[in-house]
Ligand binder design. Structure first.
Ligand code: HEC
Length: 168
């Protein structure tokens, strides 16, 4: 009788352990997928420059669509032509795990856009300000646009753009 009870106990313990390890496996499997960001069309665009914002501890890639890259290579960016889209893709900085002196992209921190249409966005220097929500490009609302434009104002003589192409 006692042996029987022991067996039962052992059996239920094994079942519990199995169930626990199954949830652990399921969690480790889903965690990276949930953290993986989806990116917008800028994934296929070419590089204009990179920047490291020390005060924000972030790394950025500044990319351009075809219109932007062609204009930059011809040095025709004052003003940038209509149809230009500039993307600023931001990651938190982190030390490379195998080479701590190398600062590399860590967690994805979002992607902003500037879209040139001199008529449509005449009130803000011809630039529309937007951001990517996953793979979708979403225009910012008016209050936010004012903030964006105000901080880009010091670059008026460079068509409100901070970036100087590093790959002409
Ligand atoms: C507090 C100042 C500030 C504000 C506010 C700001 N920016 Fe910028 N932005 C910068 C600076 C400085 C750079 C260049 C360095 C860098 O890469 O961050 C830049 C670069 C960019 C670039 C790359 C092209 C360029 O001008 O070099 C884009 C695109 C951009 N910002 C979009 C936006 C959008 C959209 C907003 C509003 C949601 C915004 N910015 C608000 C300061 C600002």
């Amino acid at each position: 009788m006692k042996k029987m009870r022991n067996l039962k106990l052992r059996f239920s313990l094994t079942v519990m352990l199995l169930a626990l390890s199954a949830t652990a496996v399921a969690e480790t499997k889903t965690a990276p997928a949930a953290a993986k960001p989806s990116h917008g069309e800028y994934k296929d665009w070419r590089l204009l420059s990179v920047s490291h914002r020390t005060e924000k501890e972030t790394l950025r890639a500044i990319l351009g669509n075809d219109t932007a890259i062609e204009a930059a290579r011809k040095d025709q960016t004052k003003p940038w032509p209509d149809g230009t889209v500039l993307a600023k893709v931001v990651w938190k900085e982190r030390a490379h795990p195998n080479w701590p002196q190398a600062i590399v992209p860590g967690e994805f921190a979002g992607a902003e856009a500037m879209i040139k249409d001199s008529k449509k966005y005449a009130a803000t220097g011809g630039w529309g300000f937007a951001h990517w929500d996953g793979s979708k490009l979403v225009m910012h609302e008016e209050a936010k646009v004012k903030e964006c434009f105000a901080c880009h104002m010091p670059m008026k003589d460079n068509d409100y753009v901070y970036t100087f192409s590093a790959l002409q």
